[in-house]
Design a protein around this ligand. Structure first.
Ligand code: AMP
Ligand code: MG
Length: 517
């Protein structure tokens, strides 16, 4: 175990690539480099609000002293650190956006532990060369959301960046939360994010857009050597791309498993390691609806809605393939790998759904049943999380009344007669199929309870915790932090396992959110 302030950080990324080491943080284009040096901007009164003990243990980091908190707030940089903002580009809402980059994330350096090497990054630590018109800061509201949710995703077993610490800065940040011309001051905060790598599809797109073959090749080789060292040399780039396809397909299927909607699946928010990255206006599904998007900016086209996520994953991989094509004379190989996405996704998806339904095999009949589930749930729109937890112990030979009674806690509205019919028919089919599967009722239930979370971080809960924190009260925040560690057990946290209350349906921050953060 070592304290953050005592550690020798390494800086292999900045040592390997060309960067702008001037330290100039004036917003600008930085062609030809992969990063720009950026010292964090000090804040007035740093205070540690949260510390992820679990992650700190994994990284062998000692609890922070006051000096360490100064580092987590950007007030102190130790001699071994090389603070920088990474330069990337990307497609946003389907359009090429050109150079983007870490506008408010500053990498401090790489931390080695027995569990590997991790990058530590401060989000909200002040402007960088890539801040464009913005201030490089983050508000408490969005920082709490990122901190709690990335840890929650980790405990759900979903690949994600992590969060080590959350500090409040003592400074106010001006935000127009509703984008309606009424900006207001909000408390500022900084999250310390941790990941093996924060590289995004956009880093590769940047170099391709600059037609910089040499650095693109160098970045790919570096990524492969460090994160995909098992890949042999022959057709190495294609093999690597195939792994990115695989990881992305898996991540999409995992998001569908728990009803997670990212909200801003731009290519600059797609991790090259298949991690969930950049928590913004995300949401879990409350009522089951493929068209649901939590992002108010996404409303006109619902590009990033729940049901679209897997195909957007594919579209984004297409942008990555396009970037990689700069290094190929023929694009056929890349196209072929890309075309495997669909099958890989569906294989993951059916396996995952089989577990959600407590079935040991997924053959043609089970696949039909899975589609039937989707159709009926889309029709009835019950609370996804509550529905699947109830499904685990639905009476095998229940009467229609018993079945409806059983699922009552998951309904947001009274069902129409035709909907009742659909649901009871579905459950009757399901019970038959479950009986025909070669799995004991206990094993089936157990499998389901390991794959269907009992507790999810609903937006209205986050909203309440944030409101409390803004008043200086951390009771709900701490309870959520605890509850998220055992999402499949859900015991002791029954009050958090409620469907979204009526009042939260239309309240900003409780169902939908803006990108303002
Ligand atoms: P996002 O939609 O949060 O992934 O952000 C898209 C881009 O805008 C990224 O390059 C961010 O770094 C940048 N950005 C977002 N908010 C800010 C901010 N407050 N200050 C500077 N840059 C920002
Ligand atoms: Mg982003």
């Amino acid at each position: 175990m070592t304290r953050i302030g005592k550690k020798e950080f390494s800086n292999s990324f900045t040592e390997a690539f060309k960067g702008d080491d001037s330290g100039d943080r004036t917003p600008r284009q930085t062609p030809g480099v992969l990063y720009s040096k950026a010292e964090p901007t000090p804040v007035s009164a740093p205070k540690l609000l949260a510390w992820s003990n679990g992650l700190a243990q994994e990284l062998e980091i000692d609890p922070p002293t006051e000096d360490d908190v100064a580092i987590l707030a950007g007030n102190r940089v130790t001699p071994g650190m090389f603070p920088y903002a990474s330069c990337y580009a990307g497609h946003q809402f389907g359009n090429w956006a050109g150079q983007l980059g870490d506008g408010r994330a500053i990498n401090l350096g790489e931390w080695s532990s027995k569990n590997g090497i991790f990058e530590l990054q401060l989000k909200g630590a002040g402007p960088t060369a890539y801040s464009r018109h913005a201030d490089g800061r983050a508000v408490l509201r969005s920082s709490v959301r990122e901190y709690l949710m990335s840890e929650a995703m980790h405990h759900l077993g979903i690949p994600t960046t992590r969060a080590l610490a959350l500090v409040t800065t003592g400074d106010k940040v001006l935000r127009d939360m509703f984008y309606n011309g009424n900006p207001a001051y909000e408390p500022g905060a900084i999250v310390t994010r941790v990941a093996p790598s924060f590289l995004r599809f956009g880093n590769f797109e940047l170099l391709a857009a600059q037609r910089d073959k040499e650095q693109l090749e160098q970045l790919i080789n570096w990524t492969i050597n460090r994160y995909f060292p098992h890949l042999t040399e022959e057709n190495q780039i294609l093999k690597w791309f195939a792994e990115v396809v695989e990881k992305t397909a898996f991540l999409m299927s995992e998001w569908q498993r728990v009803g997670f909607v990212h909200g801003v699946m731009n290519t600059d928010n797609m991790s090259i390691l298949g991690l969930t990255i950049d928590y913004g206006p995300y949401s879990f599904l409350d009522h089951y609806d493929h068209n649901f998007t939590p992002n108010t900016t996404d409303l006109p086209g619902r590009r990033y809605s729940f049901g679209n996520q897997p195909s957007i994953g594919y579209w984004n991989l297409g942008r990555l393939a396009n970037a990689l094509s700069l290094l190929f004379e023929e694009t056929e190989g890349l196209e072929e790998v890309l075309s495997t996405y669909e099958k890989i996704f569906w294989d993951h998806y059916y396996t995952m759904m089989g577990k959600k339904l407590g079935l040991d095999k997924v053959r043609k009949e089970e696949k039909e049943l899975i589609s039937e589930f989707e159709k009926v749930l889309s029709e009835i729109q019950p609370d996804m999380t509550i529905f699947y937890r109830l499904l685990a112990h639905v009476p095998a030979e229940g009467t229609p009344e018993e079945i409806l009674q059983h699922f009552q806690p998951s309904f947001y509205n009274d069902l129409e007669p035709q909907e009742k019919e659909l649901l009871t028919q579905l459950i009757t089919n399901y019970s038959k199929r479950r009986k025909n599967n070669n799995i004991s009722p206990e094993a089936s239930r157990d499998l389901m309870n390991r794959n269907n979370p009992g507790i999810i971080l609903r937006n209205y809960l986050l909203h309440q915790a944030i409101e409390e924190l803004e008043k200086g009260e951390n009771k709900l925040f701490l309870r959520l932090q605890e509850a998220m560690k055992t999402p499949y057990a859900a015991t002791g946290f029954e009050d958090l396992v409620q469907k979204r209350p009526r009042w939260a349906e239309t309240k900003a921050g409780c169902s939908m959110l803006s990108c303002s953060s």
